[in-house]
Design a binder for this molecule. Structure first.
Ligand code: PEP
Ligand code: MG
Length: 313
């Protein structure tokens, strides 16, 4: 089935009736980026920059960062790439950013919260990203992780613009940000929903806890309702809404996310052809009906069944 799907993926993400839904990749290294470009990704929806820092005792210099980012961006010259600023803290502590021991690291000083204490680290990263964007010719946007409020989003966007970068966005992975999608989107150029952390925080269920996997299922209707709120806000404001969590790599869920208002889907490179082909199988109208059906259920299993029955009708 995967080979058949790959054959029908023509490299342009769109529904059967031609509504564009960009199919882009999550990457964390130059080899990821090369593989994603070869798989036909239309760009990068999430470049996790932490890789450049993990294991570093000292903050890498701007030049070192710039060279590392350039390697990831180069396969996507002329294409859109969303670079996420450092998502440190929680399970990814960094030696040179000693945040202290936290009783609840997932709820602690992580992601953009680190930058409120150390804006100099963020500014140096933005300088390196701007340099790598110029070096590579990729159409770079920058986005912040773990944003909770519109004020945080506005603070970030101002620093991105001060660094000379043209587009600033934030991840929607804290429930408060999803519930304030209109206000958050008002402060930035785009958002991207991180369903991995959004599920964890909505269900109060550690994303790494195998025993809680059912609560972290991206088909949970409560999670989909939050995605719908963000999608509605995006349509209203005319701004892009991506999905870059694991949810986007499920070919059955991909069309539902599009129906809920996602304008791009970002996933591991190997899922790109399968998801691209799945989007081309139905019209946007059908995906909207599938999304409505999923929203009206009370469990992941019922949501899947409801969507299957709309798509096979
Ligand atoms: C997410 O939280 O859904 C996400 C895409 O980011 P990460 O998995 O890196 O936390
Ligand atoms: Mg996350």
């Amino acid at each position: 089935a995967e080979r058949a799907a790959a054959v029908t993926w023509n490299g342009v993400g769109a529904t059967a009736d031609g509504v564009e839904v960009k199919v882009v990749a999550n990457v964390g290294s130059a080899s990821d980026a090369t593989a994603a470009a070869e798989a036909g990704a239309q760009g990068v929806g999430l470049f996790r920059t932490e890789f450049c820092y993990l294991g570093a005792d000292d903050e890498p210099s701007v030049e070192t960062q710039r060279a590392a980012y350039r390697e990831v961006l180069t396969p996507f010259a002329g294409k859109p790439v969303v670079v996420r600023t450092l998502d440190a803290g929680a399970d990814k502590p960094l030696a040179f950013l000693a945040m202290g021991v936290e009783p609840n690291p997932a709820l602690g000083v992580r992601g953009l919260r680190v930058a409120f204490d150390r804006p100099d680290v963020l500014d140096r990263q933005l300088e390196a990203i701007a340099g790598a964007a110029a070096d590579s010719g990729a159409e770079v946007s920058v986005m912040a992780p773990m944003v909770a409020t519109a004020a945080e989003a506005a603070w970030f966007a101002e620093r991105v613009r001060a660094a000379g970068l043209p587009r600033a966005g934030v991840m929607i992975e804290v429930p408060a940000a999803a519930l304030s999608a209109r206000e958050v989107l008002g402060a930035v150029d785009f958002v991207s929903i991180g369903t991995n952390d959004l599920a964890q925080y909505v269900f109060a269920a550690d994303r790494m806890a195998g025993a809680l996997a059912e609560l972290n299922d991206p088909w949970q209707p409560a999670l989909l309702r939050l995605v719908a709120q963000v999608g509605d806000a995006g349509r209203e404001l005319g701004k892009p809404v991506g999905v870059c969590g694991e949810a986007a790599s499920d070919p059955l869920l991909a069309g539902v996310l599009a129906g809920l208002g996602a304008t791009s889907l970002s996933m591991g490179g190997s899922a790109v052809p399968v998801v691209g082909a799945a989007l081309a199988e139905h019209s946007m109208e059908t995906f909207r009906r599938a999304a409505e059906a999923a929203l009206a259920t009370a469990s992941p299993a019922d949501a899947r069944d409801a969507v299957r029955s709309v798509l096979s009708a």
